[in-house]
Design a protein around this ligand. Sequence first.
Ligand code: PSV
Ligand code: MN
Length: 387
Amino acid sequence: MSELITADVLNDLNIELPSWAFGNSGTRFRVFPTEGTPRDAFEKISDASQVNKFTGSASIVSLHIPWDHVDDYGKLYKHAQDHGVTIGTINSNVFQDEAYKLGSLCHPSPSVRRKAIDHHKFCIDVMRMTGSKDLKIWLADGTNYPGQDSIAARQDRLHESLSKIYSELDDDMRLLLEYKFFEPAFYHTDVPDWGTALVHCQSLGNRAKVVLDTGHHAPGTNIEFIVAQLTRLNMLGAFDFNSRFYADDDLIVGSADPYQLFRIMYEIIRAGALHPQSGVNFMLDQCHNLEDKIPGEILSVMNVQEAAVKASLVDAEALATAQQQGDVLGANRIFMDAYQTDVRPVIEDWRTRHGLPEDPYTAFLESGYMEQIRRSRIGGTQAGWGA
Ligand code: PSV
Ligand code: MN
């Protein structure tokens, strides 16, 4: 197989980086700051552009509003351009204001729902100012105790609120709805699963799509099945990639279960969804609680690159034949053969051909950028949750 393998599938791969991965994060027990952490969205974008510079596969940055709120979005847009990246998805944040204690778009009070809808209108304005075409909505809405609120009424309120937001979008903008099975709500969550997200998206219109965050499922869930189902319906709008051992751990993608990442990428490639025109965004949604953030993002991009190349090696013809013949083990061996191939040499070759360092991680560490930001970013307030 080795003479035939190539990493050219990477020509199609463009990963969106979350601005918040460059800020401080932690658990509810402690947020440990790191030296050189950005103080604002400008510095986050500068750091994100380093990931693209060294990997060649990450030229889009996703913002979270109000975490990334700035006075002049035109200036931020220009700053991104000057750093060779574009601003991608705008994430609305309706989970940190005092008013949202009992929810946002599903809240029992019309005035709180109105406030949350207005925040989304503002996010749409930010999209217009930054060239973004995707509005991503993840809600912390839900309840902690049975009987606390009507599950059904909350679904009705959700539909009504989402419809109002959807009607504000320009014709070339999309609404991406993210599901998560629990947390921060512990009894029920208002958008807990892909079925609920799908039902709401379908009732909104064809510019509403589902977001799949790999950390947002019960342990043991077959995520690649969901990918296969949503891609066949043309309803998968975006990924939030990360890795987990227990709950929504937000660890570096591919670190806990590289084989799962491979299986997901296989479904993506099989469905032709890796192509930039497919409408599926590949975003990372990670937190770097202990490790340095930029190297953490670089390693994440490298892990996705590796999984994509491996997945592209599955011999489709041989697999189809084995499947038709009911050759259970033969089919599985074809699949595993691709996963077990060491693709690092062909990826290094792809990088060399594209003027990139063979090992982006080491090249970045040797570039002096970390030392420079540690030295220069003195004072101010480091960005983090709630910043
Ligand atoms: C929620 O857990 C989530 O996955 C959503 O995408 C948020 O916007 C993101 O994390 C950042 O907290
Ligand atoms: Mn997410």
